[in-house]
Write a protein that binds this ligand. Structure first.
Ligand SMILES: [Fe+2]
Ligand SMILES: [Fe+2]
Length: 305
């Protein structure tokens, strides 16, 4: 479909998936069918036009860091991304274990240090930072990694950079308990990021969608695919629920980045416009489109507007 409004097509389409929390043997987590949710997410992403060039997985990929959980993750993700022609960007979370993560997902021989790296998606750079702290659930970026990041960002990418890390460097006012497990010393990362070509920060960890600002850069937290937080339970500091799982789609334009939450599942349809109508609309002049779809007494005025 050609652009029907004022804005050109985006330069890049990137998917943002978080907190899959897979377990060895395909076990669910707290009763949530984590593998089925991930499969649904990938099926829905494969329907996008265009499909994503990259899928960024912002951590907590395996709930206990088991080798088998990462292998199961790859067996689900690999065929899907191959069909899409996308690249996976793997990011460490607090539930992940560096050695198993690196062996299975990055093909490394075994490691102990932070698992950060930069990916090129055409002219767009995606940086995966490792905010995990071995043995703990809170986050931190160590001095070596900050130094590496500063060096990497010293050369801007033509279309800018998306910075992906698990622990979001923002407050979480609806889940104060999660602030016990937040990214420590956020000012150190802020000093490195401010004024660079970083155009968006992608994060996870909270298990619900939220948006804020960090170092002058928009932050987008994707909800989890495993389970999400009920944010309106007055009698709970935290309440995980098997509902409202979602992924994000990130569209990178020359002058902005647009983040869109895509809930998992196909609920019953109430009304629709089919893609078959696109060719007819494309053939119309701007005036004909206003007359057909915007004029209130037009028979085909868009019902969802
Ligand atoms: Fe998580
Ligand atoms: Fe987490």
């Amino acid at each position: 479909v050609i652009p029907l409004g004022q804005h050109p097509h985006p330069l890049h389409t990137v998917a943002h998936v978080s907190d899959t929390h897979l377990l060895a043997g395909g076990r669910g987590l707290h009763g949530a069918a984590t593998e089925e949710h991930l499969e649904a997410a990938l099926r829905q992403l494969a329907r996008l036009d265009p499909v994503p060039e990259a899928i960024v997985f912002t951590g907590d990929l395996a709930d206990l860091g088991e080798i088998d959980a990462y292998e199961r993750l790859r067996s689900i993700v690999d065929p899907a991304i191959e069909r899409m022609g996308a690249i996976p960007v793997w990011v460490m979370g607090n539930h992940d274990e560096r050695d198993a993560f690196a062996r299975v997902l990055l093909g490394a021989d075994g490691v102990s240090g932070a698992q950060h790296r930069a990916y090129e998606v055409g002219d767009l750079r995606i940086i995966a930072l490792d905010s995990s702290v071995p043995g703990y659930h809170h986050g931190a970026i160590d001095a070596d990694q900050l130094e590496w990041l500063a060096a990497e960002l010293s050369t801007p990418a033509p279309h800018g950079t998306l910075l992906a890390l698990h622990h979001p460097p923002i407050p979480s006012p609806l889940t104060p308990a999660m602030e016990l497990l937040e990214l420590h010393d956020q000012h150190l990362l802020e000093e490195v990021v401010r004024g660079t070509d970083v155009r968006a920060v992608l994060a996870g960890h909270l298990h619900y969608s939220t948006h804020s600002l960090f170092a002058g850069v928009p932050v987008s937290v994707a909800a989890a695919t495993c389970y999400t937080m009920n944010l309106s339970r007055a009698d709970r500091l935290l309440s995980g629920s098997d509902a409202h799982q979602a992924v994000d789609v990130v569209h990178v334009y020359a002058d902005r980045v647009v983040h869109t939450v895509v809930p998992l599942g196909d609920p019953p349809e109430l009304f629709s416009m089919t893609t078959a109508e696109a060719a007819r609309i494309e053939a119309m002049t701007v005036g004909e489109r206003i007359d057909a779809f915007s004029r209130k007494d037009s028979p085909s005025a868009t019902p969802e507007g």
